[in-house]
Design a protein around this ligand. Sequence first.
Ligand code: FNR
Length: 181
Amino acid sequence: MKVVAIVGSIRKESYNLKLAKYIQTRYQDRFDLEILNIRDLPFYDQDIENDPPLVVKEFKSKVAEADAVLWVTPEYNGTIPGVLGNAIDWLSRVDKVLIGKPSWIMGTSMGQLGTVKAQLHLREILFAIGISSPLLPGNEVYVGAVHDKIDNEGSLIHESTVQFIDTVVDNFISWYNHHTR
Ligand code: FNR
């Protein structure tokens, strides 16, 4: 299975990027995870949506060719970061590559609630994009107090979180196989 990860933070030391890289390494025998770059996407502009810059075309193609999308997002001001909304705006238009694309969501923050509000909003947004954009039900991964759970090497060192994500990955793969059968 080929999964692409879209990470809602573009900073180099992003905890959400570290979480995506952890998933990429730990489950490399279960699926191939490519972390997409959203840093270089221009602002979405309806005037150019039919013939956008190459960077947008390549980004959309990678999502179109993937079997599934993993969203890994921080919470900014109680919602998703603008850079993530911008990426979604591009994906939602013209060829609408998210329609029918299985998705699952994770997020992490230094606060205790671990991106609850951002993920709720993201679920609503993905629902709005199309009723045929299937989203892994339940399995809500809110990794709070992340500075105590991911070490300097990017390893997840919080055992109950490790076990929980193991279960979520099993559930995602079962759901995906059932969904696409
Ligand atoms: C934040 N942060 C934050 N955290 C949170 O739990 N709820 C929030 O609403 C916000 N709002 C917010 C706004 C802005 C503009 C910034 C820069 C930060 C803190 C945020 O969770 C923290 O910086 C994370 O470490 C960001 O994720 P990455 O970049 O580490 O992946």
